[in-house]
Each structure stands twice: as C-alpha cells, then as structure tokens.
Design a protein around this ligand. Structure first.
Ligand SMILES: NC(=O)C1=CN([C@@H]2O[C@H](COP(=O)(O)OP(=O)(O)OC[C@H]3O[C@@H](n4cnc5c(N)ncnc54)[C@H](O)[C@@H]3O)[C@@H](O)[C@H]2O)C=CC1
Ligand SMILES: O=C([O-])CC(=O)C(=O)O
Length: 310
C-alpha cells in the first residue's frame, strides 16, 4: 500500500510521521512545492526509524508527481494556514488554486486514489477537490470531524478527570464555528455525559470546541498540527486496513439529512472504498436547526468558490 501526503508543512509532516511510525503502510511519499523540504522531512522521518523501530519507507519529492504514481490514498494538506485574526474562510482565494492544481497532478498519476482533504476552508476545499477529481463522492472526503470530536473529548476528559479513551462522541456540520457537537450522542464509558456534568459546564465545553482551532491560532500564531496530522492518519489507517471505523467526515451530501449538494461533516463508516455508508441519525428539532445553520454557512462559502472558478 502506498500513501502520498501533499504539503510537507506542519500538518503534512506530522501525518507522514504518524503513518510511518504506526506502520500503517509500506511507503509514504511526501510532496511539497518548496525545493528540498519534502526530501528533507522524508529523510528525517526515515532516520527516526531505527530509534522508534519501524520500517515504513518515506520518500520526498519537490513537485515531481511521478513519485506518487499508483497511490492508494492521498492526503492533501498543501495551502496557507491562518494567522491570528483570520477566519478559515479568508484562505479560500489562495488555497482553492493550490488544491485544484494538486488534485489535477494527483489524479494524473493515481486516478483511483481515495483523497482526504485537510486544507482550509475544509468543507469547500473538499468541494474543490471533488469537482476537480471527478471521483465518486465516497472517495473525496475531508478531515475535520475526527479533530473537532477529539478536542471535545479532550475537554470533557479534563473536566471529568477521566481518560479521553472512554469518551465517545459525534459531531456534525461544517468545520467552522458553526459546527454541531451533539451532547445527546456523547457517552463516558457508556454513560450519557449529561448524567455526569452540569448543563452550564457542558455548554461551555461545546462552545470551546467550536472555537478550538482559533484558540490554538491565538496561542501559536499559526494553526494546530499534532492533532490534525494524527486525525488525517487515522482516516488513512481506517481505509488501508478496511477497518470500517465510524467517524465524522466531510463529504458531499445527496439528500441525507434532507440536505442536497452541500459538503458537510456527517458520521460514516470508513473502509477500503472510502465512505462505505453514511449514517443518518434521528436528530431532534434543535439539532437539525443547528445543522441547517451550518449548512447555510458552508453554502455561502461554496458560492464564493463557484465565483473563483468562474
Ligand atoms: N481540516 C483541519 O481540521 C485542519 C486544516 N488545516 C489546514 O491545513 C493546511 C496546512 O496547514 P499547515 O501544515 O499548518 O501549513 P504549513 O504552512 O506548515 O504547510 C503547508 C505546506 O504546503 C506547501 N504548499 C503550498 N502550495 C503547495 C503546492 N501547490 N503544492 C505542494 N505543496 C504546497 C507549503 O510549501 C507548505 O510546506 C492549512 O490550509 C490549514 O488551514 C490545519 C489544521 C487542521
Ligand atoms: O483553525 C485552523 O485554522 C486550523 C484548523 O482547521 C483547526 O485546527 O481546526
């Protein structure tokens, strides 16, 4: 199995590193536009292999996509990250062009690959990659839900002083401040979270989750990479090992949840074909309203992309 990661920056290098040390595949190719950077990071990860005891080969490439030929899965992380004061949507103009060019280059070498988008604004970059690649919607998916859910789970674990491993949760909608965490579907070792935490504390955690990316941008001057890179690697692992994991991923909806032709995060079963099944939860009225609000926001940004693409 072969995986390509495009973008050897913070998120891409972290993703490649996790894929290597967890021995998810035999070969990871890293591509970047900056001369020598992908080669350097690939060499550095390979030199870590004797220390961390793995044998995954890592190969770097400066913009030579022939090295990515016949990749099974491709993770696209290329593009600008935001700086303090910016929203993810402010990145659209630059990142749309990058994602389009990268998707064309990838498809020319690996027409059957499954593509995982990480670049922001996430939902609309998934739209860009989907229309450019012309692949089925089940094979062009965005990473956001695993990350946003992980933030929510981490905050809950801290508040309840329990292991984050025991917190199960699902989160839907766009990867922006309008995302929709679902406390009704959150459990701690099988116990509904609402039995373990006061309503106001849970609400504060939900709100912190929604702005979780911005919190890190403010602290670091650029966006997060450890959790995002690991989350993308977890999606790759689910696909290449056909694990049929249940994760929220961003994809084009075609009628699910009463939403058509919009790219949003929904829970799915992820396996060797990409999205094996979309899971349709019975949302209540309040949850559905939040999802619709999120849809409205993503649709606005989708129409900006339509204008950029002419
Ligand atoms: N979906 C999510 O949950 C998350 C998304 N992101 C997004 O991921 C993207 C990457 O973030 P970072 O890795 O922190 O940025 P970074 O600046 O560290 O790395 C981006 C890399 O992309 C490369 N690049 C730019 N144009 C390229 C092209 N045409 N071909 C190949 N490589 C190209 C750059 O040279 C750079 O090395 C950003 O758009 C960021 O907003 C970041 C975190 C979470
Ligand atoms: O906040 C950002 O710009 C990067 C991102 O999507 C995240 O960390 O959730």
């Amino acid at each position: 199995m072969k995986v390509t990661v495009v973008g050897a920056g913070n998120v891409g290098a972290t993703c490649a590193d996790v894929l290597a040390y967890r021995e998810v595949v035999n070969e990871v190719v890293i591509v970047d536009i900056k001369e020598g950077v992908a080669e350097g990071k690939a060499l550095d990860i390979w030199q870590k292999a004797p220390i961390n005891s793995y044998d995954t080969r890592t190969v770097g490439s400066t913009n030579d996509y022939t090295k990515t030929k016949d990749s099974d899965v491709v993770v696209i992380t290329s593009g600008l990250p935001r700086k303090p004061g910016m929203s993810r949507d402010d990145l659209i103009q630059t990142n749309a062009g990058i994602v389009k060019q990268v998707t064309e280059s990838i498809i020319a070498q690996s027409p059957e690959a499954i593509i995982i988008i990480v670049s922001n604004p996430l939902d609309v970059m998934t739209y860009q990659a989907h229309i450019t690649s012309k692949l089925p919607r089940t094979k062009v998916i965005g990473m956001a839900g695993i990350l946003d859910t992980a933030r929510y789970r981490a905050f809950l674990a801290e508040a309840l002083n329990v292991s984050p491993k025991d917190i199960q949760a699902v989160l839907m909608g766009g990867h922006g401040d309008s995302m929709v965490p679902l406390p009704r579907y959150t459990t701690v070792g099988g116990i509904p979270v609402t039995e373990l935490i006061e309503e106001d504390k849970l609400e504060a955690i939900v709100n912190r989750t929604k702005t979780g990316g911005g919190e890190l941008v403010k602290l670091m001057g650029t966006s997060a990479w450890y959790a995002p890179g690991s989350a993308a690697a977890q999606m790759v692992e689910a696909i290449v090992k056909d694990q049929r994991r249940v994760f929220p991923v961003c994809m084009k909806l075609e009628g699910e949840y009463g939403i058509d032709n919009c790219y949003l995060g929904v829970p799915v079963i992820l396996g060797k074909n990409g999205v094996e099944k979309v899971i349709e939860l019975q949302l209540n009225e309040d949850e559905m309203k939040l999802l619709k609000d999120s849809e409205g926001h993503v649709r606005e940004v989708m129409s900006v992309l339509d204008r950029i693409n002419g």
